[in-house]
Design a binder for this molecule. Structure first.
Ligand code: KIV
Length: 276
């Protein structure tokens, strides 16, 4: 996308305006073909840093780099004609200071053509989100379970039960006050997610946060049954593409070993066919 390209059809204010309306539909994508599949059905296509685990086989999202996000971000922006792409800021690219966050967020936007970024963190990210939004970087925030903090949280646990609830509520309030146009609530108890959704004027997008949120997001490879290494309770499998692919590959291997593939229709005859 260049400075002379037309504006994208869906922009952050359109997503913000969907508060309390028909639920927002969000899926991740990391490639052009998957973005093309997701695009007609979704409001937002998230280039999540889950790409590190799902596509690159990393043990967590901590090893994801700016270069990975830019490469996958460009591919997704190419495939998403309508749905709004949002690019995750990788671990280490924004926590140091608002200036560092702006340098990397503006790079993600300029080099991919995406109109928004997402970053993890609540109250402690208030000043950074305010700095970014005041300078033309729309921010989707992410509170509750923040996977980049897995080592300090002690695992991928539900966040916000009992006395933790007030902290998650304060985090959500802080990112709204800082100017975020929406907020992901990950692995937050359903009742708390409902209370946050009622309180905030920006849309909440839940993942493992129950039905009361203003929208839902899933990792596309999880819901298609392509990423099967582990399966959180909040994932509903809408297809078993991993199993289908395994069966297809096994059949191909058997065909090759039995010389049943390629068949004559997949081969080229020595003499060119006569022209009519
Ligand atoms: O990285 C990601 O895919 C995410 C979603 C799960 C919200 O942050």
């Amino acid at each position: 996308m260049s400075a002379t390209s037309p504006l994208r059809p869906v922009l952050p204010p359109d997503i913000r305006a969907r508060k309390g309306g028909t639920p927002l539909v969000v899926l991740t994508a990391y490639s052009t073909p998957v973005a093309r599949l997701v695009d007609p059905h979704c409001d937002v296509v998230l280039v999540g840093d889950s790409v590190g685990m799902v596509i690159h086989g990393l043990p967590s999202t901590l090893g994801v780099t700016m270069e990975m996000m830019i490469l996958h971000g460009r591919a997704v922006v190419r495939g998403a004609a309508r749905a709004m792409p949002v690019i995750d800021m990788p671990f280490g690219s924004y926590e140091e200071s608002p200036v560092q966050a702006f340098r990397n967020a503006s790079r993600l936007m300029a080099e991919t053509g995406a109109p928004a970024v997402k970053l993890e963190g609540g109250l402690h990210m208030h000043d950074t989100i305010a700095f970014l939004t005041a300078r033309g970087v729309p921010v989707m925030a992410h509170v509750g379970l923040t996977p980049q903090a897995v080592n300090t949280l002690g695992g991928y646990k539900v966040v916000g039960r009992d006395e933790e609830a007030a902290k998650v509520m304060a985090d959500a309030g802080a990112v709204e006050a800082a100017g975020a146009f929406s907020v992901v609530l990950e692995k937050v108890p359903e009742g708390l997610a409902g209370r946050i959704t009622e309180k905030l004027a920006i849309p909440t997008i839940g993942i493992g946060a129950g039905v009361h949120c203003d929208g839902q997001v899933l990792v596309v490879d999880d819901m298609l049954g392509l990423f099967t290494e582990f399966r959180p309770k909040f994932v509903k499998r809408y297809a078993e593409l991993g199993r289908t692919a395994d069966e297809a590959i096994a059949t191909y291997a058997a065909d090759v070993r039995a010389r049943a593939f390629p068949a004559p229709e997949h081969a080229f005859p020595d003499a060119a066919p006569a022209r009519k």
